[in-house]
Design a protein around this ligand. Structure first.
Ligand code: BES
Ligand code: ZN
Ligand code: ZN
Length: 485
């Protein structure tokens, strides 16, 4: 269960407290004795990132900030400390935890609370034993003390709710979440957050001739779906929407080019892009951000069943281009390409797709960066990079040079869906670019998403990286750059 967040004006000194210290001064309101203060000061001098003082029934945690010339690094340092402290709070059965600060930067309490919430996440709905019981003892309320502004608290709640929502979907195994079930979850989220959801079923997808999505679906016994999410507020500041596209492969076996060894591990999370854009739109809708956003989610599983598409097949995509299948495991780009050309219908300002697309992106950047490829105006990239630093879901760019297109040449069709072993993340980006009639930003989250170890509060098994980035980016768009008339 996600702890609730409330704001308190009056400091409650009978509860466990986390106090973030901006200086080495220990504030009087913590009511520590001279001996306790001395003990804390010594620990701080020794460079401890946090100190706990536990006297009788009262427990106080003091947290120090790391020095850094970059503000965004100080913020991240504090978030990591929150993760490092999570075990002190887990299963401790103190219901409330007060978070306060003394002379720390503005927003420190929110940053700490955000990272603590993300660190306390766990997926245990299928656990029947004591593990589930233990979680019930995690703090059930975080009481934020201090003059926080109302909008930033609401944003924090909506954003962390969205991350929990997305992580829950990413963690679901395919035997509990097929494409139709995913669409249903998206619809429910739309109903509760206030954005609209339209679900196109197989018949409609056939009549639209979305050849990429239909080809990938051929080996499956479950039908595909195509979801259209829309947040269109009356006070929108953009005339042309931002279109987000999320990869919704609910399971990627590789198809007939089946994944071997442990490469299939975690492939229930191959719909992370879909879960993430749903979370982004949910955050924007709940926070009433005045930007018109459309989300597109093509979804199916990729399996080697009965009539599965094969290597050598030639398919016709939604935009009429033909594609020779070089590898059935390069399925993500096929379903995304249909969605990216479908986006033209909205005459978007920009299209942003997000996908667990290539092992190559993961090999290049590990779990430290989201690979980005873009043909959009640089002003968007600049803002995206800034937001990436602030929320610490950082982006690193790969080129979309024309020369890479050569690698996708086919003897028998307009192009192939794979470009060989070299530059795998780039040729995937190049493939998608061919289907975009409007400026495209492509985010490959294979490296950050399918990880086997926690990267601090970006927990293993589907941390939903890119959600905080895109929500921040769209929230800041109106203030930062001129939105096309
Ligand atoms: N879903 C995978 C990419 C992936 C791999 C995500 C590892 C997360 C972790 C994607 O559909 C895929 O299989 N890509 C292939 C493409 C290749 C056949 C050109 C890959 O990267 O190996
Ligand atoms: Zn694949
Ligand atoms: Zn895939």
């Amino acid at each position: 269960m996600k702890p609730e967040i409330s704001v308190i004006q009056q400091f409650e000194d009978d509860k466990p407290v986390v106090c973030i210290l901006g200086t080495k001064t220990i504030p009087d309101f913590l009511e520590l004795t001279a001996t306790e203060k001395e003990y804390v000061s010594r620990q701080i001098e020794a460079g401890e990132e946090f100190v706990s003082v536990n006297i009788y029934n009262k427990i106080t945690f003091l947290v120090t900030l790391k020095e850094s010339p970059d503000h965004f690094r100080r913020r991240e340092g504090l978030r990591r400390t929150a993760y490092n402290m999570r075990k002190l709070f887990k299963g401790e059965s103190f219901k409330d935890l007060v978070i306060t600060s003394n002379e720390a930067y503005d927003g420190a309490v929110e940053d700490y609370a955000e990272a603590l919430l993300l660190s306390l996440y766990s997926f245990d709905k299928y656990k029947t034993s004591s593990e589930g019981e233990k979680q019930k003892k995690d703090p059930s309320r975080l009481l934020l003390h201090g003059p926080q502004d109302d909008a930033s608290i609401k944003w924090l709640i909506h954003l962390t709710d969205a991350v929990y929502f997305s992580r829950n979907l990413i963690n679901e195994p395919v035997n509990h979440l097929n494409a139709t079930a995913l669409a249903e979850e998206i619809r429910k989220e739309g109903d509760s957050s206030g954005f609209s959801v339209e679900i196109l079923q197989k018949g409609k997808i056939e009549s639209l001739k979305m050849g990429g999505l239909l080809a990938v679906n051929k080996g499956s016994v479950d039908p595909p779906v195509f979801c259209i999410l829309e947040w269109k507020p009356e006070n929108r500041l953009n005339r042309h929407p931002i279109v987000l596209v999320g990869k919704g492969i609910v399971y990627d076996t590789g198809g007939l080019n089946i994944k071997t060894g442990d490469f299939m591990d975690g492939m229930n999370g191959d719909m992370a892009g879909a879960a993430i854009i749903t979370g982004v739109i949910s955050t924007l809708a709940k926070s009433a951000v005045p930007v018109h956003v459309v989300g597109l989610v093509p979804s199916t599983d990729n399996r080697p069943g009965g009539n599965a598409y094969t290597q050598g097949d030639i398919i016709k995509m939604y935009n009429k281009l033909t594609v020779e299948i070089g590898n059935t495991d390069a399925e993500g780009r096929l379903i995304l390409a249909d969605a990216i050309s479908y986006a033209s219908k909205y005459k978007p300002e920009i299209i942003i797709d997000i996908a667990t697309l290539t092992g190559s992106a993961a090999m290049t950047f590990g779990n430290q960066a989201i690979a980005v490829m873009s043909n959009a105006d640089r002003k968007y990239l600049k803002l995206l990079e800034e937001c990436g630093n602030e929320v610490y879901e950082r982006i690193a760019e790969l080129p979309l040079w024309d020369e890479y297109e050569e690698l996708l040449k086919s003897d028998v069709a307009d192009m192939k869906n794979v470009g060989g072993r070299e530059a795998g993340a780039i040729t995937a980006g190049k493939f998608l670019e061919k289907f975009a009639e409007y400026p495209l930003i492509h985010l490959d989250i294979a490296g950050t998403e399918i990880q086997k170890k926690d990267n601090y509060y970006k927990l293993k098994r589907g941390p939903a990286t890119g959600l905080r980035l895109l929500a921040e980016f769209i929230n800041r768009l109106p203030n930062n750059i001129y939105i096309r008339e």
